[in-house]
Design a protein around this ligand. Structure first.
Ligand SMILES: Cc1cc2nc3c(=O)[nH]c(=O)nc-3n(C[C@H](O)[C@H](O)[C@H](O)COP(=O)(O)OP(=O)(O)OC[C@H]3O[C@@H](n4cnc5c(N)ncnc54)[C@H](O)[C@@H]3O)c2cc1C
Length: 488
């Protein structure tokens, strides 16, 4: 522990966001820079608890007190080694993770938590700046070949780990760029794409092969993959968006959030696309769905110059605070306000969409909404519409951000004949599907989740694949780290 009285002496301090009027002019990074000295001081707030709950809060099991201690001692290289031993991509999680570790920080019971996420980001940026991050050199080569379908954080983490274990790894991606939702979902103002390219450069140097524009199941058959590779990892994400089948759904101007967000990410990167442009410029926007995807649509619409932005949510408004005694160390069920919400949108809760209203040309011109009342009976939540609250709002663009149903079954998964779980995700035991050579990880396995969870899934799946191929594993694994220490 760096400084025993640090948490008593220093207040929590995080980087400030740029002024709203400045940041909505472009898609650049939201935050101002933060000094190294301040990060070192913030790390002194870590209490190095006897039982550090932050480890458990982090799906990767990051050794947080250990790297905080090294940062306080200004030993950034060692801090990087500790962080990199559990997280392949701290530059992504340091930017966009909702930081469940901070919710389970013991300090958060009666104080503001340690700024773990910002410390993590600073460690990796220092590591890149000072040349501590290198392409992995394969010390052993096993001769085994592994195919990874999907290049999101799950696929990339698995690729990095399997390469480290000495296997020959090929990542197949149906999009024109590598990165999954990091590349074509999450807006640049949350995650600039140069960060992905910097990491991919190292992975390529380490010998990982990337094949873009290759839709497995269409451009290359599942059977060909099974024949040519010793193991296959399915990490194709959860890509089927949930639809809202109300009257007028066919109106021109009702789109899925992902179609809108992907186009904007392509525009920022100067990548052309052939689909019809979806733009918020000059329009009244209704974002349906109160989650992160919805918030990203809000921030993007505002940057495109929308006339107005309203975000609605069917569920009731959550409280702004809860007593930590009742929730800690779990993720708190509270109202979250993102930087995008502060940029000029209105939010409403307990609102149901009744109808999309179109003009004679079929273009969306308005939406009919109604307030609902939530009731809880016999452990079930149900809603009833509140008479007299029906209203029609002007709206020329609706963005549906109400979640994802499941991975796409049609094509690759159905052709393989893998089994699905009750939620229609790919079923697996220890990441192995119902088919011997085939494993799964990330959102395709768990349903839509978080980047940190996808990285963890990729790492754990890689560990299981390594054991499947070689009978043992040299890789770090969250579940088996203790066994590894004993073995080696
Ligand atoms: C708009 C949006 C914003 C988000 N923001 C955040 C955030 O701020 N923080 C956070 O932690 N999480 C966020 N998430 C969630 C997070 O992005 C996902 O949980 C994570 O990316 C899942 O990783 P994955 O590797 O499992 O899948 P994905 O990232 O979805 O990647 C899967 C890849 O597989 C490819 N693929 C699928 N099928 C095939 C095939 N047959 N052949 C070849 N390639 C195929 C797809 O094209 C895709 O590139 C967000 C999600 C969305 C939709």
């Amino acid at each position: 522990m760096g400084k025993t009285t640090g948490f008593l002496e220093y207040k929590r301090e995080v980087p400030e966001t740029k002024p709203i009027e400045e940041r909505i002019q472009n898609y650049n990074e939201l935050y101002k820079s933060f000094s190294k000295r301040k990060v070192e001081r913030q790390s002194a707030r870590c209490m190095d608890c006897g039982v550090p709950f932050c480890h458990n809060g982090c799906p990767l099991g990051n050794n947080i007190p250990d790297f905080n201690d090294m940062v306080y001692k200004q030993n950034w290289e060692e801090a990087y080694k500790i962080l990199a031993s559990t997280n392949n991509f701290p530059e992504f999680t340091g930017k966009i993770c909702p930081a469940p570790c901070e919710e389970s920080c013991v300090l958060s019971i009666n104080n503001d938590p340690t700024t773990i996420k910002n410390i993590e980001l600073y460690i990796i940026e220092q590591a890149f700046e000072n040349g501590y991050v290198h392409a992995n050199e394969q010390i052993i080569k096993t001769g085994f070949k592994v195919a990874i379908v999907g290049s999101g954080p799950a696929g990339l983490a698995a690729a990095a780990q399997l390469n480290l274990a000495g296997h020959e790894v090929t990542v197949f991606e149906r999009d024109d760029q590598i990165g999954g939702l990091l590349r074509y979902g999450i807006p640049d103002f949350k995650l600039e794409k140069s960060l992905i390219d910097r990491r991919l450069d190292l992975m390529e140097k380490a010998g990982i092969k990337f094949k873009t524009n290759t839709n497995v199941g269409v451009d290359i058959s599942a059977n060909e993959l099974i024949d040519k590779f010793d193991a296959v990892l399915l990490a194709g994400g959860s890509t089927l968006p949930r639809d809202l089948q109300v009257l007028g759904r066919e109106a021109k101007g009702v789109h899925f959030a992902m179609d809108f967000l992907k186009q904007q990410n392509k525009r920022v990167s100067n990548i052309s696309f052939s689909d019809e442009e979806i733009l918020a410029t000059g329009k009244n926007i209704l974002v349906i769905g109160g989650g992160d995807t919805g918030a990203d649509c809000v921030g993007t619409s505002i940057r495109q110059g929308a006339k107005s932005v309203l975000q609605i949510e069917l569920m009731p408004k959550l409280p702004e605070k809860v007593n930590p005694i009742n929730s800690w160390p779990e993720w708190r069920q509270i109202l979250r306000t993102s930087s995008s919400h502060l940029e000029g949108c209105k939010r409403e809760w307990s609102v149901q969409t009744k109808e999309f209203i179109k003009n004679e040309k079929g273009d969306l011109k308005a939406v009919k909404l109604i307030d609902v009342q939530w009731n809880y009976a016999q452990g079930k939540a149900q809603f009833t519409e509140i008479a007299g609250t029906e209203r029609i709002i002007d709206c020329e663009l609706v963005l549906l951000a109400i979640g994802f149903v499941s991975p796409q079954h049609e094509g690759l998964l159905d052709n393989l004949n893998v089994k699905y779980d009750d939620r229609q995700n790919v079923k697996a035991e220890n990441f192995q599907t119902s088919l011997k050579k085939i494993f799964t990880a990330g959102d395709m396995h768990t349903g839509q989740s978080l980047v940190v969870k996808a990285i963890s899934e990729g790492r754990e799946a890689a560990y299981q694949i390594d054991i499947f191929l070689t009978g043992n594993s040299v890789l770090e694994s969250k579940t088996n780290s203790l066994i590894n220490i004993v073995k080696f």
